[in-house]
Ligand binder design. Structure first.
Ligand code: GLU
Length: 511
């Protein structure tokens, strides 16, 4: 049987990065086994529907390159892929369970349910539930006469359909990540499968759809593990073969304390969403990795390693390489701690791998937003010099001095303070000598500058360490950055001379 997996998000808000990881692991598993990855929108709970969420899910997956073969957008042989459009289909399955004595009608009102819970609490029951024991004392088709049930249904009395969970049964299944899971049925309540509003609950719709869509493996977050025994019982009630289960580990906050939740938003200093999200009701904005300047390759590479260890020291992987290495058996069950520094590190690695021309074009666009026009050639050379220190394209703005004219020390208090610490009048003749030699030269390449500079050092008997920092501060206005000969070649001789002279003037004014 060929592998078919699905990502089944509910459109209740922006997709959390944990959701993207679930989609990614499903995708990797499908590709690894030559199978199919599909997307189903689980929107049976209309009260939690958030406009825009569905499109956000689509756009996030598209950005990451996780394209499902079947989905609400492209359709497919097992559609529709939006549960609200499959509404009419679920009732017959609930009815079938009733006919087979695997489910029953329950007519209890909210007050009756409350009273039941109060009664049980008073009797010392810690977690009161509607189950194999308590159902005996409630208003349902197991306790009422057949005529009464018929009459109530015909009258249109409000009712739900509940699963008839067996009283004594060990529910056992093998999770591909966690091993054998055993839960006694006495710990499972008679969950509602069909609601009084005519809609199925998540549990019923999810199982009916996984069955009809021929899903072979259910790969989802750990938060669904407690529901899995119930799902096993529903499969048994239908007499259907069930898919294999794999519950992925939680993603923990960087301090390891608890799960990284949607509510963490930007509060911890990093985004928890793939894309920017504007909440339609509150107007609150949450930032996304894409808009923060992350490469999608870095984002999914980081996500892939949250819970999966490919073995060896493999770390940087393209989507194709991930597919090659992927193995659910190497996904661990313990929570995976999210590391924002590591995430930045991934971006830095991917940035460095980009061709200079591409980085140049991105830098050119970034400069343009700040009102600076640079040729592509110049931006590309600058990018090649600046990329070593950059994690994001925006970090290259450190090298703004490569695109401006005049002394970078003007209005630069930090640079000036640094210069004050380093300035030694003994170095002035060497700088003057360098200015004179450059003026007489026709220096254009980095090697030209190096040659002239070394000649001046030799003549004056000064050391690199005595002159270079001043050269750097005069021309770049900061101590960090690419080599000064490369910088000078990019800036051009006339501009270098202007800056060196201006620097000397500033220092002399202090004397
Ligand atoms: N609709 C569920 C969710 O939002 C799907 C859980 C599952 O994959 O079964 O996560």
């Amino acid at each position: 049987m060929s592998v078919r997996v699905r990502f089944a998000p509910s459109p209740t808000g922006p997709l959390h990065m944990g959701g993207v990881r679930t989609a990614l692991f499903n995708y990797l598993f499908a590709k690894k086994h030559g199978g199919e990855f599909l997307l189903r929108i689980e929107d049976t709970d209309q009260t939690r529907y958030v406009p825009g969420a569905e499109d956000y899910i689509r756009e996030s997956l598209a950005w990451c390159g996780l394209v499902p073969v079947e989905s609400p957008w492209v359709g497919g042989p097992h559609g529709p892929y939006r549960q609200s459009e499959r509404k009419d289909l679920y009732k017959q399955y609930a009815d079938k369970l009733i006919a087979d004595d695997k489910a029953y009608y329950a007519f209890d009102t909210a007050e009756e349910l409350d009273a039941m819970r109060e009664r049980l609490k008073a009797a010392g029951v810690a977690a009161p539930a509607y189950n194999a024991v308590t159902r005996e004392h409630m208003q349902n088709s197991l306790t009422l006469s057949a005529d009464e049930v018929k009459a109530r249904l015909e009258r249109g009395d409000e009712h739900v359909i509940r699963l008839k969970v067996p009283r004594h049964q060990e529910v056992r299944f093998e999770d591909l990540i966690r091993g054998v899971v055993v839960v006694h049925s006495s710990n499972i309540d008679d969950k509602v499968l069909f609601k009084s509003d005519g809609m199925p609950t998540y549990h019923l719709a999810n199982i009916v759809d996984d069955h009809l869509m021929r899903i072979t493996h259910v790969i989802r977050g750990e938060e669904w593990l407690p529901s899995a025994p119930l799902h096993v019982l529903i499969y048994e009630a239908f007499g259907w073969e069930r898919p294999a289960f794999a519950h992925l580990p939680l993603i923990l906050r960087p301090d390891g304390k608890g799960k990284l939740s949607k509510r963490d938003g930007d509060k911890l200093g990093f985004p928890v969403f793939p894309l920017d999200w504007l909440d339609p009701t509150s107007g609150e904005k949450s930032s996304g990795y894409r808009e923060r300047g992350y490469y999608k390759e870095a984002f999914i590479n980081m996500l892939a390693l949250l819970g999966w260890n490919p073995g060896g020291d493999v770390e940087l992987m393209s989507l194709d390489e991930m597919v090659k290495h992927f193995d659910l058996g190497r996904v661990h069950k313990g929570g995976a701690r999210f590391d924002p520094d590591k995430t930045r590190w991934f971006n830095q690695q991917y940035l460095r791998m980009r061709p200079d021309a591409e980085l140049g074009a991105q830098l050119q666009a970034t400069l343009k937003q700040r009102g600076i026009d640079a040729t592509l050639e110049r931006a590309t050379t600058a990018a090649s010099l600046l990329k070593e220190r950059a994690t994001f394209i925006d970090d290259m703005l450190e090298g703004l001095y490569l695109f401006t004219t005049g002394s970078p020390l003007n209005g630069n208090a930090e640079g000036e303070a640094e210069l004050k610490k380093r300035w030694k009048p003994e170095a002035a003749p060497a700088i003057e000598g360098y200015i004179a030699a450059l003026t007489a030269s026709s220096a254009t390449s980095s090697a030209d500058y190096e040659q002239v500079f070394n000649g001046v050092l030799q003549f004056t008997g000064m050391k690199v360490g005595q002159v270079m920092p001043l050269y750097r501060l005069f021309v770049a206005g900061r101590m960090q950055g690419p080599g000064m000969f490369d910088v000078s070649a990019l800036i051009g001789r006339d501009e270098v001379i202007v800056r060196l002279k201006a620097g000397l003037d500033i220092c002399r004014a202090w004397a």
